[in-house]
Write a protein that binds this ligand. Structure first.
Ligand code: SF4
Length: 315
């Protein structure tokens, strides 16, 4: 007689158990502090797609420079970019680094659009989320973060983008992170509209970029009242002076920026941009970050191949 397996359902229930502050409370606090972020900074769905790929592993400022370079040469449409050809596109997007790889990636997406939606991104994003996501994920180099960003911001899908900032902040706030899927489910259950999901991701990026950095600036954080890590004071921010000065204030021209701080125009849709540098993109692992909650935070992950980096940088 087959033995009943009770382990899986119970562990699943344990994994999905809510924990930490309500996501809606985090959202309200961030929105009240920062205001609406107005993402995605693009004029068309295809520009969102381009930006989402170009910002992989680099700051938004570099990605935006690459987008501008393409815009100067072609319409930011499927046809316009296709007309450039892969090599010319690679030369134009050089500011985004990994430009050959990214150009191949963009043309691979165009190939997938040809195959499944008559070459049109609009037609792809008009499909249901699961189908459109599956097609994007079929393209080499398009991961869940990029696919979800494209679908959320180019297609208005009710998807939540999980990236390094998201994991870091939510885990520090006490939200369990057994997997990215678990985070997505949790946030989607508590923030129901596509607009709130998009805004929440943008707000988390702003917080992760400016305040909840690897060495966080907890005394000036809008989430301090609900964040056990911030209240425990176990992660000391190097950028906080004796008066706990808010890094959002007076950074213009005052020359007193927290370490690695970038100017405001660099805060934007980022992938791998949470304190990572081109060529050394890190992706956090649930196990390691979970272990770090309430204590030291360590992030680990895979690196882009050095050979690829050298190829692109020296090309
Ligand atoms: S209180 Fe500190 S650890 Fe918590 S979210 Fe804010 S900056 Fe991050």
């Amino acid at each position: 007689m087959p033995r009943a397996n009770f382990a899986r359902p119970s562990s699943r229930r344990r994994r999905d158990r809510p924990g930490g502050p309500p996501v809606g409370e985090l959202y309200r606090l961030l929105l009240g502090h920062f205001g609406p972020q107005g993402w995605w900074p693009a004029e068309s769905p295809f520009e969102v797609l381009l930006g989402a790929i170009l910002t992989q592993s680099v700051t938004w400022r570099n990605a935006a420079r690459a987008v501008q370079a393409v815009r100067a040469e072609a319409d930011l449409t499927e046809e316009g970019v296709r007309g450039l050809g892969e090599e010319k596109l690679a030369a134009l997007i050089r500011p985004s680094r990994f430009f050959r790889q990214k150009s191949r990636r963009i043309f691979a997406v165009l190939g997938e659009l040809d195959r499944v939606s008559g070459g049109s991104l609009d037609r792809l994003v008009a499909r249901d989320s699961a189908t459109a996501r599956r097609h994007l994920l079929a393209v080499p180099g398009i991961g869940e973060e990029t696919a979800d960003a494209i679908l959320a911001y180019a297609g208005g899908h009710a998807l939540f983008v999980v990236d390094a900032y998201t994991r870091r902040i939510l885990v520090r706030c006490g939200v369990p992170w057994p997997s990215d899927d678990s985070l997505r489910r949790r946030v989607r259950a508590e923030l129901e509209t596509a607009q709130a999901l998009q805004e929440f991701h943008a707000l988390l990026t702003r917080l992760g970029h400016r305040i909840c950095r690897p060495a966080p600036l907890c005394p000036v954080c809008p989430l301090l009242a609900v964040c056990p890590t911030g209240q425990a004071g176990t992660l000391t921010g190097k950028g906080v002076g004796p008066r706990g000065r808010d890094p959002e204030e007076g950074t213009e021209g005052e020359g007193e920026r927290p370490e690695e701080e970038e100017t405001e125009d660099q805060v934007g849709p980022t992938e791998g941009g949470s304190g990572t540098r081109a060529g050394t993109r890190r992706e956090t692992s649930p196990t390691r970050l979970g272990r770090a909650h309430g204590g030291r935070l360590r992030e680990s992950g895979r690196h882009h191949g050095k050979a690829q980096e050298e190829e692109d940088v020296t090309a």
